[in-house]
Design a protein around this ligand. Structure first.
Ligand code: NDP
Length: 326
């Protein structure tokens, strides 16, 4: 068995030397325990900020995987079953089943298991809850999504189109912008090459934005918030532009326009609606099966490439969900 260790806390952008690949000797599963093997592993932005608060140097990197049960002394997890587990960056795990969930029993055979880490898993649920619970997006409204070509953004934009909204997305390359248009986004632009972010946002929606699905934070946020319509709603999902900062970014803080336009801005964590996850995953699956939800993935092969996949995702190399195939 192998595991990736956080050798050194990240200082700025992560580097190869912050990670270390270690051999692990696993015990035989005892009564009530199972042994499973990773099939797909997820690399996600949260691993960067959470590494500081949830991990110490020498810990196995946090993360979720889809795995196959190889040995079982727990009848809830039969041999051959697939599970979604928060076991971190490990090839093999012996577990008593805590933090381990069986894949939905009615997971269709023709749906890749990796989607349980993406559009039909945590990022897809994040998109759904951010729009429905936090933004309370309504038909006919105009939505802005940034980091729009990523795991959460692609799903958020497509759900908003299914709800009959006008959707504007920004992303960091021409290929991503072209893909967003293929997905049905009404307007999409490259935030890296736009002469001015403010101008691009204004041109895409001269009337302003009812809702903003915020994945980026920092300077982007300061520009976008004043372009919200009165009573606009902002779902603060992520702030990826700040995760590698060594010194905090400062203003301008658009408080005055928030007051005058009576904007509601709410941070959220996907786990708040965990009780709805099975029902919500079935809704996402149904959209996927009806051809209404495309689920792009950026797959890196080989467990040994986990750090490269993680750093590549932070740099924006992924279109859709960044996944590692073990
Ligand atoms: P993505 O698949 O979107 O991958 C990250 C993307 O962020 C990159 O592809 C890159 O795309 C973009 N990015 C990187 N640096 C910057 C930057 N400086 N400015 C603008 N964009 C940048 O990741 P996810 O979909 O998994 O996550 C998206 C956001 O949602 C993150 O902020 C994440 O932390 C948050 N999140 C929050 C959850 C919650 O419960 N609140 C749950 C899941 C995710 P590009 O080429 O466009 O720059």
């Amino acid at each position: 068995a192998k595991a990736w260790i956080l050798r050194k806390h990240f200082d700025g952008f992560p580097k190869d030397s912050d990670f270390e690949l270690k051999e692990e000797q696993l015990p035989e599963p005892k009564d009530g325990e199972i042994l499973f093997e990773a099939v797909f592993l997820s690399v996600d932005p949260y691993m960067r900020p959470f590494s500081r608060v949830r991990m110490q140097e020498g810990d196995v990197m946090i993360g979720t995987q889809v795995a196959k049960v190889l040995q079982s002394k727990n009848p809830a997890f039969p041999v051959g079953a697939h599970v979604v587990s928060r076991s971190g960056w490990r090839t093999h795990t012996v577990s008593d089943g805590s933090g381990v969930q069986l894949l939905l029993s009615d997971w269709p055979n023709d749906v890749p298991l990796s989607l349980a880490l993406g559009a039909i898993g945590m990022p897809g649920l994040t998109a759904l809850y951010g729009l429905e619970e936090v933004c309370q997006l309504k038909t006919g409204e105009t939505l802005l999504v940034n980091a729009a070509a990523g795991a959460v953004g692609t799903v958020a934009g497509q759900i908003a189109k299914l709800k009959g909204c006008r959707v504007i997305g920004s992303a960091g390359s021409e290929a991503k912008v072209a893909y967003l248009k293929e997905l049905g986004f009404d307007e999409a632009f490259n935030y890296k090459t736009a002469p001015s972010l403010e101008q691009a946002l204004k041109e895409a929606a001269p009337e302003g934005y009812d809702c903003f699905f915020e994945n980026v934070g920092g300077a982007y946020s300061s520009v976008a918030i004043p372009l919200m319509k009165p009573f606009g709603r902002i779902a603060v999902c992520g702030a990826i532009s700040t995760y590698n900062d060594t010194t905090p970014q400062t203003g301008p803080f658009p408080h005055l326009t928030m007051i005058v336009n009576q904007i509601r801005m709410e941070g959220f964590m996907v786990g708040r609606w965990e009780h709805k996850n099975q029902e919500s995953q079935r809704r996402l699956l149904a959209w996927r099966q009806e051809g209404k939800l495309k689920c792009p993935e950026h797959v890196t092969n080989g467990f040994e490439n986990m750090p490269a996949a993680f750093m590549g995702m932070l740099r924006g190399e992924n279109l859709g969900k960044a996944i590692v195939k073990a």
